[in-house]
Design a protein around this ligand. Sequence first.
Ligand SMILES: Cc1cc2nc3c(=O)[nH]c(=O)nc-3n(C[C@H](O)[C@H](O)[C@H](O)COP(=O)(O)O)c2cc1C
Length: 356
Amino acid sequence: MLFSPLALGELELPNRLVMAPLTRLRAGEEGIPGSLLAEHYRQRASLGLIVSEGTYPSPAGRSYPGQPGIVTEEQIAGWKKVTDAVHAEGGRMFAQIMHGGRVSHPDITGGHTIVAPSAVAIEGEVRTPAGKQPYPVPHALTTDELPLVMQEIVDASLNAIEAGFDGVELHSANGYLLHEFLAPNSNVRDDSYGGSPENRARFVIETVNAVVAAIGASRVGIRISPEHNVQGIAEVDAADVRATYEVLVDSIAPLNLAYLSILHHEPSGDLVQDLRARFGGTFLVNTGFGVVTTREEAVALVADGHADAVVVGRPAIANPDLARRWNESLPLNEPDPSTFYAEGAEGYTDYPAYAG
Ligand SMILES: Cc1cc2nc3c(=O)[nH]c(=O)nc-3n(C[C@H](O)[C@H](O)[C@H](O)COP(=O)(O)O)c2cc1C
């Protein structure tokens, strides 16, 4: 089943392996994708769908040096080369739109103010071009400022379509801006965007609706990661988690999105499967950072009916032809974490396809 076709939005995926969004920081100071990125993604076009690395919708939304953006004409033109290369190879590609929120520093955003739902800093240090520094206390977005941030995400989604992407994935996971609205410890607002589960889910729901209005539901997916307590997120009250994500999923279910993608360490557990049932549409899962996704796991998730497709990260970094290798049970290249966030082709475009 993992190697059978799947309808997703208006696309027909040849298999149910989705290349995970994977930040690799090779887009330079200007955040412009170049020929190296085009080659990396082109090599992986046989996966059912590629989701791009997290891509910033505004300079203030940038989380990492070397991360690509989708704001300027040059960035859009750079992405066009990437999507052209993937399409020429017969592939399909969504852009992950990622506003980093408080996971950043003015030395990374070019001096732009760091924004978040509330003025609550992440504990610990952030890696900046000037070395490690404490995470800054973010500016709490005022109610009046929220539509402006939403518009940046809408504009970035329109830019993604202009750049030839088949759709966008809204990054509402892993501690970045949209997730910061959902989690009770990063969102302590007292307006209609904070407090109750309904209020904390509101910004995400409105953003999804705005992007759908701009580019059409069949070109919009969303990634969430309930209980993924990273980058300062603490979703630790099971009842609150359930209430928050149920409101979110119930509200977006009628839109008929391209997909819902969930990162969770227990994808076959009650929480994830209940959210899936409420969503009712095409459903993708990933088991998270703890252990690297295996072929057996991916096969079982689809065969047991727990997901329509499986999002695969590190095995897709190391194996450009992962779809073939897993389909034919061929030996695998091992990923090298020391080159995940390095520069250049090493550990990026030099993993070989299976010889033979
Ligand atoms: C190097 C690296 C970069 C990542 N970047 C992103 C990202 O930009 N956006 C995102 O949603 N998840 C990101 N993730 C998480 C992956 O999408 C995926 O959930 C994770 O790697 C676990 O899946 P795996 O075991 O198949 O690797 C990243 C993971 C790794 C290892």
